[in-house]
Each structure stands twice: as C-alpha cells, then as structure tokens.
Design a protein around this ligand. Sequence first.
Ligand SMILES: *Cc1c(COP(=O)(O)O)cnc(C)c1O
Length: 347
Amino acid sequence: MTGLVLNVDAAPWRHHLQQTAETTAGLVPVAKGNGYGFGLGRLATEAADLGVATIAVGTAGEVAAVRDRFDGEIVVLQPWRPGDAVAEELLDDPRVITTVSRTEDLAAVAERGAGPVLVEVLTSMKRHGLTPAEVAAIAPLLDRVDFRGWTIHLPLLETGRYAEALEHAGRVRGVRPAPLWFSHLPWPEATAIAKEVGADESDVRLRMGTQLWLGAPETLHPTATVIDVHKVSKGERVGYRHRKASANGWVVVLAGGTAHGLAMEAPSSVSSMRQRAITAATGALATFGRAMSPYTLDGAKRWFVEPPHMQSSLVFLPASATPPAVGDRVPVELRLTTVTVDEVALN
Ligand SMILES: *Cc1c(COP(=O)(O)O)cnc(C)c1O
C-alpha cells in the first residue's frame, strides 16, 4: 500500500451503509464518475451486498463497470440522446433503465420498442427534463414504452425544496400515477410528498451518492506516502520554479499530484479568514505561493512549495517541526468526488 491510499474502516463504514439502506426503503445507490473515490466496481459490489434492487450510474459508458458485480437493474442518470452508440445499444438490455428528458427522444425510444424508461421533468435546477406543458402532452408516448416512473432531480438548497418537489409530483402523478424517483431529498420528505399526492411509500425511490458513500467521514482515512525528504536552508532555491526557501526546514516529496486530481488547495479551511491571516503573518505567501496543501505533516497542514506535479507534490516543512521518514504514510485531505487514489484499502 503506497501512493495515495484511501484507508477505510470497513466495519463501521458498512454499518453506515446498512443503516442508510434500512432507513431509506427506496434507496437507489448512485455509482458514477470516479466512484466517489472508491471506484465504480467497488460500489457495485457494496450495493449488491446491501441487497438493493436498483443502482444508478452516471452515463451509458459506466454500465459496463458495474453490470458484472450487480445483478439488479441499472439506471443511467444522464438522459438518453440519439447518436450515442452505447446508449442506443443499451436500449436492448432489459436490466438497464434509460432516462429520457425530451419528447422527441421518448418518441425515438418508443419507436425502437425499447426496455424500461424513466421520464425526467425539468426542475428549478434547469439541467434536463420536460416542461409542465410537455409533461401534460406526454401520456400517449408513455403507453408505448415500459414506463417505470418520473424522475425529479432537485437542487441542493433546502429552501423551497419540499414545495417544489410536491408541485412536480402532483403534476406528473396527474398525467400517470407511476413511481417517483427523487434526488437530494431526505427520505421522510420524499415519503410525505408521495402521501400528499396519493402515492404509496413503495412508489418512492431515492437516488443517493455522497450521503451514502461519504456519509461517515470518520471511517475514511486517506494517506499519502512520503517519497523523499530534503533538508533545505533559508535562501536555497527549490522546485521547478527555483523559488527561495524563506526559512530553514525540509522539502517533503509526497505521493499525489495532478494525475490523481489533487487540488491545489485543501478542500476545506483554506479560504477561512483565519487561514489567510496565518498565511500573511508567516510570509509563506510571499515565499512559496499561496496554496495550502492538503497534507498534514507533524500535526499541521503545510504549504505547497509549488503547484502539484503529475504524481507527487512538494511541501515545505519548517525546521521547528519533526520531519517524516521516507516511506511514512501521512494524512491527506482529499475531495473524494474528484480524486483518483492509487488504492482503496478496506481494513
Ligand atoms: C449524481 C446524481 C445523484 C447523486 O448525487 P449525490 O449528491 O452524490 O447524492 C442523484 N441524482 C442524480 C440525477 C444525479 O445525477
């Protein structure tokens, strides 16, 4: 286990997954993109162990990464469009539920006599979906497909969320009483809305990614391997850009770089006023650029010497600190929805 590693306390992490599944009867785990840091295959396996009936992937291309590890149904969240060869082929796969967000696409899908279909309505997010007028006119097309329900993808804001979800739910159920697939809504709210529009709890699905996979952050411990440590003196030039060290200390070379999607700034805290004040006071800004690294060395976050390289990063550690040894693994704060780790270690 070297490089950028996502260490997972497997038992408590899985306990959180199970608890979430138990309290969310209509849970549809979302496994898309970088697999929330875990990878799509791992998430498909965990979803299978949870015993859920359905999972969701982001794109048609991602179906291949989960289909051998999960034998239930697979929703493709990104709406179907003509001309996507993979998405067109998946119309013939009875395990894949296609999301459709335009009337003409539903007509095209119906023409092919395709597999299961969800129809997305346009919410205030303005991403994809049918307008209220289009929803009102869609019924004849629904008869020609294996219609599985309405998808309502809400913005993350809490204000107005319930009212908006209720409005959409009422409208679509008026056209066709089919299951309601929500996102970004607490389960009690989703079921309350269902009740208000005359639907059953068993008609509600809730797609969930972040809150499920990353909802127990105390069980996740990303680490980076120390690749090298170099003692430097004040004024010595270091890095690609030959900047001068402002003080005596060490340049620590750590696993993790742009190829991993490592951010220039730590995901949290960097932008706080306190952090900025510290930056200014220590002169780190003038010497080493302005970016706080996500690495913790000797108990504190440390400044980047310069922007991350492809697979490693240079971080400055002042002489007052205790340097790590080559091979040590140090904590690193990762934005797990954007980073690709070298390894996921379930302990
Ligand atoms: C990505 C996505 C989700 C999951 O989002 P999280 O914030 O990670 O839970 C849910 N629904 C849709 C339609 C999505 O595209």
